[in-house]
Ligand binder design. Sequence first.
Ligand SMILES: Nc1nc2c(c(=O)[nH]1)N[C@H]1C(S)=C(S)[C@@H](COP(=O)(O)OP(=O)(O)OC[C@H]3O[C@@H](n4cnc5c(=O)[nH]c(N)nc54)[C@H](O)[C@@H]3O)O[C@H]1N2
Ligand SMILES: Nc1nc2c(c(=O)[nH]1)N[C@H]1C(S)=C(S)[C@@H](COP(=O)(O)OP(=O)(O)OC[C@H]3O[C@@H](n4cnc5c(=O)[nH]c(N)nc54)[C@H](O)[C@@H]3O)O[C@H]1N2
Ligand code: SF4
Ligand SMILES: [Mo]
Length: 739
Amino acid sequence: MSKMNRRDFIVISSAAVGAAGTALGSANQEASKVVIKKLAKTSPFYVNHDGKKTATFCEMCFWKCAAWVEKDEEGKPWKVTGNEIDHHCYGRLCTRGSGGLGSYLDEDRLKRPMIRVGKRGEQKFKEVSWDEAFSHIAKKLDKIKKEHGPEKVALFNHGTGGVFFKTLLKGYGTQMMTHPSYAQCRGPRDEAFKLTFGESVGSPERTDLAHSKCIVLMGAHIGENLHNSQVQDFGKAIDNRATIITVDPRFSVAASKSKYWLPLRPGTDMALVLAWINVLIEENIYCKSFVKDYCIGFDELTKHVKDKTPEWAYPITNIKPEIIRATAREMAKNAPASLVHPSRHVAWYGDDTQRLRSIAILNALLGNWGEKGGFYMSSKLQVGKYPHPPYPKPKYTWFDLIGDKFPFASTPPSSSIRDLTIEGHFKSWFVCATNLMQSLPDPRQTIKAIEQLDLLVVIDTMPAEITGWADVILPECTYLERYDELRVTAGKKTQVALRSPAFEAKWDTKPAWWIAKNLANKMGLEKFFPWTDIKEYLNYRLKTIGSSIEEMEKIGVKEVENKNPIYFQPGEKKIFKTPSKKVELFSKKLQDYGFDPLPNFTMPDQPEEGYYRLIYGRAPAHTFGKTVNNPILNELMPENVLWMNPQVAKNWGIKNKQRIKLKNQDGILSDNDIEVMVTERIRNDAVYLVHGFGHRAKKLSRAHGAGIDDQKLCTNIKVDPVMGATSFRTNFVTFELLS
Ligand SMILES: Nc1nc2c(c(=O)[nH]1)N[C@H]1C(S)=C(S)[C@@H](COP(=O)(O)OP(=O)(O)OC[C@H]3O[C@@H](n4cnc5c(=O)[nH]c(N)nc54)[C@H](O)[C@@H]3O)O[C@H]1N2
Ligand SMILES: Nc1nc2c(c(=O)[nH]1)N[C@H]1C(S)=C(S)[C@@H](COP(=O)(O)OP(=O)(O)OC[C@H]3O[C@@H](n4cnc5c(=O)[nH]c(N)nc54)[C@H](O)[C@@H]3O)O[C@H]1N2
Ligand code: SF4
Ligand SMILES: [Mo]
């Protein structure tokens, strides 16, 4: 194993992708300060500050780290730092969190409400007052309700403030609410763990990485995927000399910290997992007490994997049998402080729930559920809700439309709402904090759906691609300028965090709560917002846990003692929330719906001659496409590069740093060209880039036209039959050399 310690790991995690500064270290904060200072001093929108630390939580990604906004020695906006007691960040912010001031300072931000004047997608708008915007929306929604029913309106949400639009639209009469973090991200994992253990692993994931002695990462590229405390916990495991096994066709940052790097053929993870299960059973090294006391279906599983030997898996995965055996033994030796990380973005190949089922089963055989170094038991603080009258009952919900098609979908897949819209089922979308053009595969389909709508309302901070297609744009102020809904997440500690404004909202931008509440007034739905303002709302909620805004503004995070221990206690009888109350290795539930009760591997399509699988991931400096225009983070990483194996480069006569375009299997050409990075760190059947670049929105002065947008090239989609997730990694590209 590499001798690097946690600090080296953190430094390397960003150096590896070419971003300046450290991922979580002080050097990055220094770099950010310089840029912030430069920007702040030249910005015409610069606001004076009174010298206090302001409590907030970060909105730069979904980890929501609690933070302080601080001023420099002159009392001016200076930096954002981590809240020491917060279990999402342990007092430190990542690159993007430190660069959060850039989202406030960005002069390209949306400034005023706007109504479309040009053709859809032409990005032509006129500025209007909030009142005009609300009247316009209220009139259209009234008409839709009268002519088609309120159920024809859907909400796509992926931001903290979206909860207020949920209230608004539920009050209006629809419950069609979706988010891309389900069918394009975590959905298959959550359903697979629910089917197996009766519970999902949540966010933050309940993995006890800091105490693990063996961690298996399947894709999960922790270190580039920067979810703060998770990276720090992973760093602690490295310091403790845990055995890390990384399965990735690319030599990721995590792979560089690993005892074993298994560069498997993309899309064959399930075959590897079945072979690992085979070894654990054949060699009798699985956790017998856990299986005996808590699992059902072990005999069926034994039979099922009998022929899934490492020799069977070798030609499929390209991982040698002796390596498969050695790694299985490492897992068993360290169990139960041994875990196979369930990953987060798992919508890969279209049979993802079954792959995640195999991972859940493997974890069960390691007996790590509720154990130190395995999956801990998380708790959530119960914070009272502000009462309001009951919502009207919709005539039908999403489940009536697609429940039969995807029986294990627990929320509607956003891609299904899009498909139904193309078929004419929806008349209006509200889109809050999700740039659907970059989050849903095949943007052509998204455009087709939008063309069916009578009204598209977008609530965003930036003139993103989706706002370019809006009928009405409602500009939200950034998280640094607003109070917001409380952060109440399940985790090791029961905590609540407050977001309060550090700066006055610039231009005519408003917080989501204000927008939703005032729109509700216009629509005659004020009874669903019975509070006078957000402070009254928050105070009411905080009072139910014995706190107040006043207290929260001083401490930022309040911790209440955990009622339940995070590990199972010796002798405690574990009860699982499955139909059998046991861990279901064999799933009767899946069988009843005609799905494989035990996961079966099928080989994904392979690239044709001259084509390479397009794979993608994250970089420490950015969150998807939403930070690419951020003046601080853009300076760290202005565009993405294409990772290419030297053999491929040689066959094509492509040199390191040469610029090329990509064309996919359906003849779709990337808008822009990017630099090639020739590297042994990737297999020769795939190419890799960081997701979120190649913006088309004209008003994004830094991000527009920079880098390649992987989403445009994701036009071959397979849909997970169990719960409706869309695949992304079923696309292949070839190269267009520039003349
Ligand atoms: N900096 C930063 N961090 C983030 C985010 C961000 O935008 N920026 N986003 C957050 C969000 S919402 C999510 S969901 C997570 C996603 O982060 P993860 O859950 O870690 O995402 P993955 O898609 O599993 O990881 C991408 C990795 O999978 C590898 N890979 C590609 N194909 C295969 C394959 O077939 N098999 C295997 N084993 N590996 C493969 C790629 O080479 C790459 O290293 O990241 C979170 N963290
Ligand atoms: N090809 C491909 N597709 C993917 C992925 C991938 O890796 N590759 N990843 C998938 C995953 S894991 C996920 S979770 C989804 C994520 O998908 P999204 O959450 O849609 O991510 P973004 O595209 O960054 O869009 C975020 C939008 O929110 C806006 N925004 C930022 N802050 C605020 C705010 O405070 N208020 C409001 N109102 N708006 C704000 C930004 O300007 C931006 O337009 O994408 C999925 N799609
Ligand atoms: S991980 Fe980074 S970007 Fe995400 S919330 Fe925490 S500090 Fe912000
Ligand atoms: Mo995600």
